[in-house]
Design a protein around this ligand. Structure first.
Ligand code: ADP
Ligand code: GLC
Length: 485
C-alpha cells in the first residue's frame, strides 16, 4: 500500500507531546511491514536543531492562502529507523521560513501564533500539491489532529478525479484541541461557503478544523479503545460527542504503541546504569541515586519512595491535583521529582512546594528528553492523575522502566495500567480525579514500597508491558485494507 502520514510533529524533528512519538513509531512499523510510506510535516526550526543536513530542495510548491499565492520548498530525507528496510520510508519537510522557522511549534510563551490558520492551511495544501507534482497518489492518507485535518477536507472539495481511489483516515489524539478560528477568517481556507454549516466546518459559528477531519474522512480513529467510547459522551466529547456518536460505525480505538528502540532501559544511553528485568534491582537503585543527586535531593538520609512526573503542566493532566497535594504526599517521608512545562500558575504553585520542602521536592520547568528518561529509570512510582487522557505514552514508558504508575482510570491509562489488586497488576488506578482519591491511592504505593518482595514482583510485571508499534501498525493496516475494499 502507498501511505501518506501527515502530522505537524514527528520525533525527533519536533515534539510537544505524544503526537510526535506516534509520528515516529507508527510510520516506521508500517514501512517494516513493506508498505510504501511517505511522512510529511512542516520544517519547524527544531528540525534543523536535530543536526540533520537538508541539502537541496526536491522541488517547490505554490499554493493559495487567503487567495494569495504562497511559495514553499520541499526537502526530503530517509525516515529514521527505516534505512535498512526493503522499503525505506520518506521523510518530507514542507519549508516556508516565514511560517515555520520559529521558536515554537504552535506558539510561544503560552500564546498561540495568531496566524496558525494560515500556517496549517499552507501545510495541508502544500502536502496535497506535492503528491500531485510527484505523481505519487497514495492509497491511504492518514491525517492527525487539527493541524492536518484540512487534508481530508480539501480532498472532499477537490474537483479533479486524481484522488478518487485514495481513502482517508483521521486520528484524534487530543479532542481538547480542535483548531477553532473565528468565522471572519474563513476566506483563508479557500473553501466554498457551503462547507460552513453544521454538517461540515461550522461549530457554534466558528471554524472547527477537526470537524472537517471527522466528517470528511473514511475512517476516524482515536488512540485507545476506552477513549473511543469516552468521546461519544458529553463528559469527554468536548462538544463533538453528538457528531462522534453519529459516526460510531466508522470510529475505532487503536491503542498507541511504545517505541522500544527509544524507550528501552537495557540500551538507553541517557541513564546512569542500563538494566533489564533480571538486573533491575541494582539498576534502578543506581539510577535513583544518580537522579537524586542530579536533582539535589540527595541530602535526605533514609531510603524513601521517589515519585516521578513528566508532563505538560495543565489541569487536563491533573497537574492541579498534584500542585494541591504535593506537600501532603511527600510529608517528609517521600520524594518527588517533577519535569514539565505549561501553565505558569501551576509552575508557581509547584515551585512554592519545592521551596517549602527542598529536601523532598525538586522541579524542572524545561523540556528535556534526557531528563525524562532518567526520571522513568530512577523513580519508584510515576504519577499521572490526568482528568482526560486519550492514550498516554508516559505511563507506558514508566512501566517499561519499572516505575509503577499511579493513574486516574481514564482513556488509555485505564487500558494499560492494571491495578495491583487484579491478576497481572502493574500499577494503581483511582476512579475519581480528586485530591482525596489521589492521596489515598498514593498511600497504597507506600504500603507496596514497604513490602520489598511484592514490590519486586510488581516491577517485574510492569517491565513485561508490551504494547508494540508492530501490533498497532498491523491493526491500522487492517483498517486501511478494509477501506480500500
Ligand atoms: P501528551 O501527548 O498529552 O502530552 P503523552 O503521555 O502521550 O501525553 O506524551 C507525552 C510525551 O511528552 C512523552 O514522551 C513524555 O515523556 C514527553 N514529555 C512531556 N513533557 C516533557 C518535558 N518537560 N520534557 C521531556 N519530555 C516531556
Ligand atoms: C495526545 C494525548 C495523549 C496521547 C498522544 C498520542 O497528546 O493527550 O494521551 O498519548 O496524543 O496519541
Amino acid at each position: 500500500m502507498k501511505i501518506l502520514y501527515a502530522a505537524s510533529e514527528v520525533a525527533p524533528f519536533a515534539k510537544t507531546g505524544g503526537l510526535a512519538d506516534v509520528g515516529a513509531g507508527l510510520p516506521k512499523e508500517l514501512a517494516k511491514l513493506g508498505h510504501e510510506v511517505w511522512v510529511i510535516m512542516p520544517r519547524h526550526r527544531s528540525v534543523d536543531d536535530t543536526g540533520i543536513v537538508l541539502e537541496k530542495p526536491s522541488g517547490r510548491v505554490s499554493v493559495h492562502v487567503d487567495s494569495i499565492p504562497v511559495e514553499g520548498q520541499i526537502y526530503e530525507t530517509v525516515f529514521p529507523g527505516t534505512e535498512d528496510t526493503s522499503t525505506p520510508a520518506r521523510m518530507i519537510f514542507v519549508d516556508n521560513p516565514a511560517y515555520f522557522d520559529r521558536a515554537g511549534v504552535y506558539g510561544e510563551s503560552g500564546m498561540d501564533y495568531t496566524d496558525n490558520l494560515e500556517r496549517f492551511v499552507f501545510f495541508c495544501r502544500a502536502a496535497l500539491q506535492w503528491l500531485k507534482k510527484s505523481d505519487w497518489i497514495p492509497d491511504i492518507i492518514h491525517a492527525n489532529d487539527w493541524h492536518s485535518a484540512l487534508i481530508p477536507t480539501y480532498l472532499h472539495a477537490e474537483t479533479s478525479d486524481i484522488f478518487d481511489n485514495t481513502r482517508t483516515v483521521y486520528t484524534i489524539h487530543n479532542l481538547a484541541y480542535q483548531g477553532l478560528f473565528t468565522k471572519s477568517r474563513y476566506s483563508v481556507l479557500g473553501l466554498p461557503w457551503d462547507l460552513f454549516h453544521l454538517d461540515a466546518l461550522e461549530f457554534y459559528d466558528r471554524i472547527n478544523l477537526s470537524k472537517g477531519g471527522i466528517i470528511f474522512s473514511n475512517a476516524v480513529t482515536t488512540v485507545s479503545k476506552k477513549h473511543s467510547q469516552e468521546i461519544q459522551t458529553v463528559e469527554f466529547g468536548c462538544g463533538l460527542d453528538g457528531l462522534l456518536k453519529s459516526i460510531g460505525h466508522r470510529l475505532h480505538g487503536i491503542l498507541n504503541g511504545c517505541d522500544t528502540d527509544v524507550w528501552n532501559p537495557s540500551t538507553d544511553p541517557h541513564i546512569a546504569q542500563q538494566f533489564d528485568s533480571e538486573s533491575f534491582l541494582e539498576g534502578k537503585a543506581e539510577n535513583k541515586k544518580a537522579l537524586l543527586k542530579e536533582m539535589k535531593l540527595d541530602a535526605l538520609d533514609p531510603d524513601v519512595p521517589l515519585f516521578g512526573v513528566v508532563s505538560r503542566l495543565e489541569a487536563l493532566k491533573g497537574m492541579d491535583i498534584l500542585a494541591d497535594t504535593a506537600e501532603k504526599l511527600v510529608d517528609k517521608r517521600a520524594q518527588l521529582v517533577i519535569l514539565g512545562t505549561g501553565d505558569s500558575n501551576l509552575e508557581d504553585a509547584l515551585q512554592d512546594s519545592a521551596k517549602n520542602l527542598p529536601q523532598n521536592i525538586a522541579v524542572r520547568f524545561v523540556y528535556s528528553e534526557e531528563l525524562a528518561h532518567r526520571i522513568f529509570a530512577g523513580s519508584d512510582f510515576f504519577l499521572m492523575p490526568s482528568r482526560f487522557e486519550p492514550c498516554g505514552l508516559s505511563q507506558m514508558y514508566a512501566l517499561r522502566y519499572g516505575s509503577i504508575p499511579i493513574v486516574h482510570a481514564v482513556g488509555g491509562l485505564a487500558d494499560t495500567v492494571v491495578d495491583i489488586t487484579e491478576p497481572n497488576g502493574n500499577g494503581f488506578q483511582f476512579s475519581e480525579p480528586t485530591d482525596t482519591a489521589f492521596l489515598k491511592t498514593c498511600e497504597r504505593a507506600f504500603a507496596l514500597y514497604a513490602e520489598p518482595r511484592k514490590h519486586r514482583d510488581i516491577i517485574r510485571q510492569a517491565m513485561s508491558f508490551d504494547a508494540t508499534w508492530a501490533r498497532a501498525a498491523k491493526t491500522y493496516t487492517k483498517l486501511y485494507g478494509n477501506l480500500l475494499g
